[in-house]
Design a protein around this ligand. Structure first.
Ligand code: NAD
Length: 466
């Protein structure tokens, strides 16, 4: 290739890049990937999908590699700003969650083509994108979910309109704009990810109803999952959970206590997978409770203090007090007027098996503990506590038959044995990371292959070389 040829090639690439810039940036675009109107955001994202779709498959992985590199310096900022804006959780655990989302979400390697060969030729089963996905993200893992969804959905060839939680909109919008900048600088394609400038419940509803949104992916509570289900579209719903943890008499109690405290106090219990209720076989209950105290939990044993704690975290109507969600144990104790020393990691309270705290998803570092006569009674209660969310459960035991029986009976998307719950999302445990665990719709721990259409491509009478 001559110098002239190279110059021509560079010029044509630059021209193409600037043309894409003009095509994809619509009149209502504010800056970066933000739009005033849902219609304009979706239209731009559809253009981006067409541009991405006309590129080579390997471009998707190049973008993902670049995102992993270019977002790394912002992990601390994302964690600090999310904490400052939402007032929930804690920065060190948010750093762990963002790091896992950025580096342990699978890319295009997650998509395995399948082929059937025989006398009639070859049939290929291939994973193809939907187009523009409408993704709704929560306040509890705002930036983690955007990073995780972007990588998974993009690996599958889609572009994404995000509808971030209004309570975490500032940091979510900052991140979406940063992702836009990184992708544009690498590819010249604008609007692979977009959002509206002011996300509200109304704009979320408009996105749900938009004709060009082919797939809805909802990470949030039951209200918004049910709202999306009414759209008549394909929905991947990642809804609420109420994960029980069972401890049987064969468990290593010291290790179980350490793991339960670590899991239930992680990001002040904000993750949907975090241990929300502990059910322990009676013969080892006292030992577990004293181990909890050794691992930094504060046991609330005085009945009057228990009442004050309940009044601080549950409303008279029996719902959670939202102002206490994701707050530190110290903040909750102060609100309850309970004196304490130091910085407890978790508040633990022994309760009876009909206590309301066992059954509500409180998302706070408060763990109710209940005794069961034996393993079978513990399992029966755990199923009741889980309330059919089929989300997450954990268990500590050395009895493989008990573990197996619980895994089968609980039917949860994630079942963690002898580890903190976060091992189930690739933090410390084997396996990849996800922040969208699709329980009501059954996709489980989502990754690129969850966001594809399976297509069948048949070639008659050729390429069978068996
Ligand atoms: P949320 O339900 O309050 O909000 C989720 C999103 O839905 C937000 O973007 C919000 O703006 C939007 N939204 C809520 N109600 C809406 C409505 N009626 N119309 C339009 N938009 C609406 O969730 P949250 O408080 O941020 O997150 C906590 C909940 O999410 C918990 O129940 C938790 O278990 C669940 N969660 C589940 C997963 C999972 O992977 N399964 C992950 C994280 C959080």
């Amino acid at each position: 290739m001559s110098t002239n040829d190279i110059e021509m090639l560079v010029r044509s690439i630059l021209a193409e890049k600037s043309q894409l810039f003009e095509t994809a940036a619509s009149a209502s675009q504010c800056f970066g990937a933000e739009f005033e109107q849902v219609d304009d955001a979706v239209a731009a994202c559809l253009e981006a999908f067409k541009a991405l779709d006309s590129n080579a498959f390997e471009v998707r992985q190049r973008i993902i590699n670049e995102l992993r590199k270019a977002l790394e310096p912002y992990i601390v900022k994302l964690s600090e700003d999310a904490w400052a804006e939402t007032g929930m959780g804690n920065v060190p655990n948010k750093i762990q969650k963002n790091t896992a989302a950025l580096h342990k979400t699978p890319g295009t390697e997650d998509l395995h083509s399948q082929a059937l060969c025989g006398d009639h030729g070859i049939t290929l089963f291939e994973y193809s994108p939907y187009g523009v996905i409408g993704a709704i993200t929560p306040s509890t893992n705002p930036t983690e979910t955007i990073i995780n969804n972007t990588i998974s959905m993009l690996a599958a060839g889609n572009t994404v309109m995000f509808s971030p939680h209004p309570g975490a909109q500032k940091i979510s919008r900052w991140l979406i704009n940063k992702i836009e900048e990184i992708i544009f600088n690498l590819t010249g394609i604008h609007n692979v990810v977009v959002a509206v400038k002011e996300p509200t419940f109304q704009t979320t509803q408009q996105m749900i109803d938009h004709r060009d949104i082919r797939l809805l992916v909802v990470t949030g509570g039951p209200g918004i999952v049910n709202t999306a289900m009414k759209s008549g579209k394909k929905v991947i719903g990642a809804g609420e959970g109420n994960p029980p943890v069972i401890v049987d008499e064969t468990a290593d109690i010291e290790e179980a206590a350490e793991h339960i405290i670590s899991g239930a106090s992680f990001d002040h219990n904000l993750p949907c997978i975090a241990e929300k209720a502990c059910i322990v076989v009676d013969t080892v209950a006292d030992e577990l409770l004293s181990s909890f105290a050794r691992h930094g939990a504060l046991l609330i044993t005085c009945p009057q203090q228990q009442q004050h704690l309940m009044a601080a975290i549950v409303t008279p109507e029996g719902t959670i007090n939202k102002t206490m969600v994701g707050k530190s144990p110290a903040t909750i104790l102060t609100a309850a007027g309970i004196p304490f020393q130091g910085e407890p990691r978790l508040l633990v309270m022994e309760v009876s098996n009909d206590h309301p705290l066992l059954y509500i998803e409180q998302l706070m570092p408060v763990l109710p503990v209940v005794r069961a006569a034996d393993f079978n009674a513990a399992l029966e209660l755990a199923i009741k506590v889980e309330r059919g969310c089929l989300h997450t459960a954990t268990m500590h035991s050395r009895d493989v038959y008990n573990l197996s029986k619980a895994a089968r009976a609980l039917r949860t998307s994630i079942f963690v044995k002898n580890a903190p719950s976060y091992a189930g999302i690739g933090v410390g445990g084997e396996g990849y990371t996800t922040f969208t665990i699709a329980t009501p719709t059954g996709e489980g721990t989502t990754s690129a292959r969850s966001f594809v259409r399976t297509r069948r491509c048949v070639l008659n009478s050729a390429f069978n070389i068996k």
